[in-house]
Design a protein around this ligand. Structure first.
Ligand SMILES: [Zn+2]
Length: 284
């Protein structure tokens, strides 16, 4: 198996929204805010090359939204999904599977692009199956008022119309091996309905793609939960169980939204499970 970090483009979000009820005096130690109170975010996707499969986990927010839309997210840096895939040595048409942890636009937007020649939206990876699960898809297709701004028709409809939308059968709240994908997946319901968290074995270690369960290293302490989560009490419970288990098994955490920490390890302290060390994928 080979793994690649695929940087799809950095952006910024309001620090208060990213840390919910946690006071700024605490979260700004790990995630410093700019003069607009915004913190740096990455969209670090993961590409898994294994046994003839090329699985892309998440896609960033893509490039098709309006200037006005993007103005809220202060994109910065030069990363781009397609360029990053090419730089890793692959063409977009080689991607066999796209696992969308969930359908919030900053995770699935890059799966769909505006085809200027055809004057319509189309899927970016035309040979890939797009993986979600039935509960989450239905949840996103008929969004609640709270998440409505995050689930966009222009992301969901082209995937559905491509005929390549696939649902993971097993949506357990424990890691279960997915026959379809050849990796283990855990489902959690605190951030949104049935977010999918994949785990791979790499160089003798278990590596977990944390998506929005733990978006940055600053979100490792259990109460450090995003204001966006629809069921924060459940996130607390899910994180506690997840962190204990990850610590016991010496798992490493792959950070999607942390521009400064690609992979982190955990340690146990009197206060609970905490950040230990930061690594790059190349250092493993
Ligand atoms: Zn999300």
């Amino acid at each position: 198996m080979n793994l690649y970090s695929i940087q799809a483009g950095n952006f910024k979000l309001d620090g208060g929204a990213m840390f919910g009820v946690v006071p700024k005096s605490l979260w700004e130690k790990t995630n410093p805010a700019d003069s607009n109170n915004m913190i740096d975010m990455s969209a670090r996707c993961m590409l898994v090359e294994d046994g003839g499969k090329l699985i892309l986990v998440d896609t960033g927010m893509g490039n098709k939204q309006s200037e006005k839309f993007f103005s809220h997210y202060k994109r910065w840096g030069n990363f781009d999904l397609v360029k990053s895939i090419n730089a890793a040595g692959f063409a977009v048409d080689e991607i066999t599977d796209v696992l969308l942890t969930h359908l919030h636009f900053d995770h699935c937007g890059g799966a769909v692009f505006w085809d200027n020649a055809k004057q319509r939206y189309d899927v970016q990876f035309k040979n890939a199956n797009y993986w979600s699960n039935e509960n989450h898809w239905n949840w996103a297709a008929k969004p609640n008022p709270r998440e409505k701004a995050s689930f966009l028709d222009e992301n969901l409809l082209p995937i559905k119309e491509s005929g390549r939308l696939s649902f993971l059968k097993n949506t357990s709240n424990e890691f279960v091996f997915s026959e379809e994908l050849g990796i283990e997946v855990l489902c959690v319901d605190g951030h949104t309905e049935k977010q999918m968290i994949p785990k791979v074995k790499f160089k003798g270690k278990e590596l977990i793609y944390c998506a929005d369960l733990i978006p940055t290293a600053g979100h490792i302490p259990v109460p450090y939960i995003m204001g966006y989560d629809v069921r924060p009490l459940l996130t607390m419970k899910e994180k506690s169980i997840f962190l204990e288990d990850a610590f016991e098994k010496e798992c490493l955490l792959f950070m999607e939204h942390d521009p400064n920490n690609e992979i982190v390890s955990l340690k146990k302290t009197e206060k609970g499970i905490r950040f230990d060390k930061s690594f790059s994928l190349e250092e493993l």
